[in-house]
Write a protein that binds this ligand. Structure first.
Ligand SMILES: [Fe+2]
Ligand SMILES: [Fe+2]
Length: 274
């Protein structure tokens, strides 16, 4: 397979027409048969790929230029909020602060280090971020769809139990945590706020609650924003699903497809393999 073929498989599975800014082919290759897959990639992971005689490394989190410009994908969260009933102008305003924070942090990144190492080691190198997260989002949303029945009187604990049905969540050392609200509260309408580059912070959480969502799911949430949400007693539940476990759901789905297409894949670098 070529690097472009691999990217195309991910885009198809995520129903995307073009490569999002947080993903990219950093060192292209025409004949990939063996791949080392990882959640995060450092030079040591590349050396491991060399030791295993892999042709390419496929990492999840953004590298290279995708690490600089990927924050623009946060605008996906506007659509996600609008889907849940947040007015569009409110949704756009809610994501602003967090987008600025992330852009500021990313601007200082040593974005080229790992890409350069891959070039020097003559390894194919690509990162596929939001396509995998959109797969995670879809699979979780499908599993939790019944909670959105207006007659549902399920609790937040029921939502957590449903999440635990994923093999990745069962296999992971983390468990989903109710960071705001409580397990015995009514879950209400559930929003899966995943697939928007990173979490949207407290303003996005507030926008969901104000739109009538009872429980928001995110992979991770910043400490300062959580404190703010608790101090302001935001009226809803936040379930932090577990970063590696939830990233692995979409990554494994994608890698399974690549395997079906004939690639040999070594899963490493923190991918939770059930
Ligand atoms: Fe992810
Ligand atoms: Fe992640």
């Amino acid at each position: 397979m070529t690097s472009e073929d691999i990217m195309e498989v991910a885009l198809d599975l995520a129903h995307l027409a073009e490569i999002p800014r947080d993903s990219g082919i950093h060192v292209r290759s025409d004949s990939i048969k063996t791949v080392l897959a990882t959640v995060d990639c450092d030079v040591s992971d590349l050396l491991m790929a060399r030791a295993f005689k892999c042709d390419a490394v496929l990492t999840h989190h953004p590298e290279g230029a995708a690490g600089l410009h990927g924050w623009q994908v946060m605008r996906n969260q506007i659509e996600q909020m609008v889907e849940c009933g947040v007015p569009i102008a409110r949704a756009e305003a809610a994501i602003q602060r967090r987008m600025e924070q992330v852009e500021l942090a990313n601007h200082a990144r040593n974005y080229l280090r790992v890409v350069q190492a891959a070039q020097l080691l003559k390894l194919g190198f690509l990162n596929i971020h939001v396509p995998c997260d959109l797969i995670t989002r879809r699979l979780i949303a499908e599993k939790l769809a019944h909670f959105n029945d207006p007659n549902s009187r399920a609790s937040v604990a029921d939502v957590v139990a449903a999440l635990q049905e994923f093999p990745e969540h069962r296999a992971a050392a983390t468990t989903p945590q109710v960071r705001l609200g409580a397990p015995d509260r009514l879950a209400g309408r559930v929003a899966v706020a995943i697939g928007g580059y990173t979490n949207g912070g407290v303003e996005v959480l507030r926008a969901y609650f104000d739109a009538g969502v009872g429980t928001v799911l995110m992979m991770h949430f910043p400490d300062g924003d959580l404190r703010e949400a608790r101090e302001q007693k935001l009226p809803g539940n936040l379930v932090v699903t577990g970063h590696m476990a939830s990233d692995s759901i979409g990554i494994n789905f994608f890698l399974d497809e690549l395997q079906r297409l004939g690639l040999s894949i070594t899963r490493a670098g923190g991918i939770v393999v059930p």
